[in-house]
Design a protein around this ligand. Structure first.
Ligand code: SDX
Length: 429
């Protein structure tokens, strides 16, 4: 507590509400007793001014374009670390020592296989099912296989479930892709690192040896780092709310996957690439900029804007650099979609509408171009986002379970419907 308080006067009642400070960032007004003291609720449907929890995991400063994981800037983690090191940091709060990293990598690597009967789930889907629909189903089904790690009151079981989720998501994502394109599943190999294993499970075929390109594997690993966690975004809040009822971690992650699928959230990377393809060429950009500004047109520039970032998304800068590295490695220097993206960004950043509304490229703007160059279809883009975000979801879920203030999340409402009225028999309607 800060000793400071906020005074709220409602009708003839004046109440003092305590103000709490974090280590950095805005203070919060604790409104937990407001209803009891005044009989009134607060109203904030998009949660634009609402903190849902205390957290030590990720800090975002939207005005400065800052993103910290356990205090470490995303730029430094993306430059110097690898994804499993970031997973360890998000889960345990500190960067691992060499011995801790070796042990963690070993534990994750040796949980990458899924129960063989999981493969039968896939055969129940049509081949043209969206891979995100498949992931919602299969991840939710994991709880049917791992009863020994669903007791959320047991810290050991929580950590086993956490490691299983981080380890098995690449395997399930690769299986969803292989099923989608009609190719046989490829098993994980324990002598490969996390990103290399995933690329091999996606792109190897039984007919020939597959050699992972280290430049592409490093790019994939960095893309996972950039998507790992992001404070209390919509899908993370979904995981926390599902977990607050005591639901098992596999079911909570499946709920997060479902929420991430939306085009306003994780689905934006797929939508952004489809938008760039629809624009098609640089000379059609003004037409789409005009549509984005037209209040009567529902069209939005996908990959632009953010609830928190009112400056450049720091992840987008790193993503753009990764895009150039991947295209150079693959010899696609002149990808027309990249030309459209770069020119669209240039125009938008000088347009008064976007400047006034503080709309900058977000992480989804460049990721689609990179993932397409790596060989993934657009339908797999959000699956890759979900794969990487699983560690963030599971770290936030663990923090919520361990929070002594944690209770089931149960918002109230402003009722605007009919006051009480009597039933009317159908003969009189
Ligand atoms: C992610 O929360 C997270 O942290 C999410 C994420 C994560 O890592 O978890 O960062 C991942 O979801 C990134 C965002 C991906 N989504 C998109 O790129 C979809 C396009 N962007 C928008 O739909 C929008 O910007 C949101 C959803 C991202 C943010 O929506 P807000 O905060 O509710 O903002 P808003 O819709 O109220 O927009 C404010 C104004 C509006 O105009 P006015 O009503 O004030 O006149 O800006 C306009 C909007 O019309 N606007 C856009 C726009 N985004 C907002 N106009 C054109 N193009 C856009 N992209």
């Amino acid at each position: 507590m800060t000793g400071k308080s906020a005074v709220v006067t409602v009708d003839d009642k004046t109440v003092e509400l305590p103000v709490r400070s974090g280590s950095i960032g805005p203070d919060v007004v604790d409104i937990g007793t407001l209803y009891k003291q005044t009989g009134q609720f607060t109203y904030d449907p998009g949660f634009t001014s609402t903190a849902s929890c205390e957290s030590k995991i990720t800090y975002i400063d939207g005005d400065q374009g800052i993103l910290l994981h356990r205090g470490y800037p995303i730029e430094q983690l993306a430059e110097h670390g690898d994804f499993l090191e970031v997973c360890y940091l998000l889960l345990y709060g500190e960067l691992p020592t060499k011995a801790q990293k070796v042990d963690f990598d070993y534990r994750v690597t040796h949980h990458t296989m899924v129960h063989e009967q999981m493969s039968r789930f896939f055969t129940g889907f049509r081949r043209d099912a969206h891979p995100m629909a498949v992931m919602c189903g299969c991840v939710g089904a994991l709880s049917a296989f791992y009863h020994d790690s669903t007791d959320i009151t047991d810290p050991h079981q929580r950590m086993v479930a956490s490691l299983r989720m981080i380890a098995k998501m690449p395997t399930l994502a690769a299986m969803a892709y292989k099923y989608h394109i009609g190719q046989p599943f490829v098993y994980p190999k324990n002598d490969l690192d996390y990103a290399s294993n995933f690329l091999r499970m996606c792109f190897a075929v039984p007919c020939e040896e597959y050699t992972v390109n280290p430049v592409l594997a490093r790019a994939m690993d960095r893309i996972f780092i950039l998507h790992a966690d992001h404070e209390q975004n919509a899908s993370t809040s979904t995981v926390r709310l599902a977990g607050s009822s005591g639901a098992n971690p596999f079911a909570c992650i499946a709920a997060g996957i479902a929420c991430l699928w939306g085009p306003a959230h994780g689905g934006a990377n797929e939508a952004a690439l489809n938008m760039l393809a629809e624009i098609g060429s640089v000379d059609r950009i003004p037409e789409f900029i005009a549509r984005a500004k037209d209040k009567n047109d529902p069209f939005r520039l996908m990959g632009f804007g953010h609830r928190v970032y009112k400056n450049y998304d720091p992840r987008a800068k790193i993503m753009q650099k990764t895009t150039h590295e991947v295209l150079a490695e693959l010899g696609h220097k002149d990808d027309p979609l990249l030309d459209v993206a770069m020119e669209l960004e240039r125009i938008a950043l000088t347009d008064s509408y976007f400047i006034e509304k503080k709309l900058y490229p977000n992480i989804d703007f460049y990721s689609g171009i990179t993932l397409k160059a790596l060989g993934f279809p657009t339908t797999m883009f959000t699956v890759l986002f979900a794969l990487a975000r699983t560690v963030g979801w599971i770290a936030q879920w663990n923090e919520m379970i361990e929070d002594p203030e944690q209770r089931i999340g149960r918002p109230r409402q402003l009722y605007i419907g009919e006051p009480e009225r009597d039933y009317v028999p159908v003969s009189k309607r």
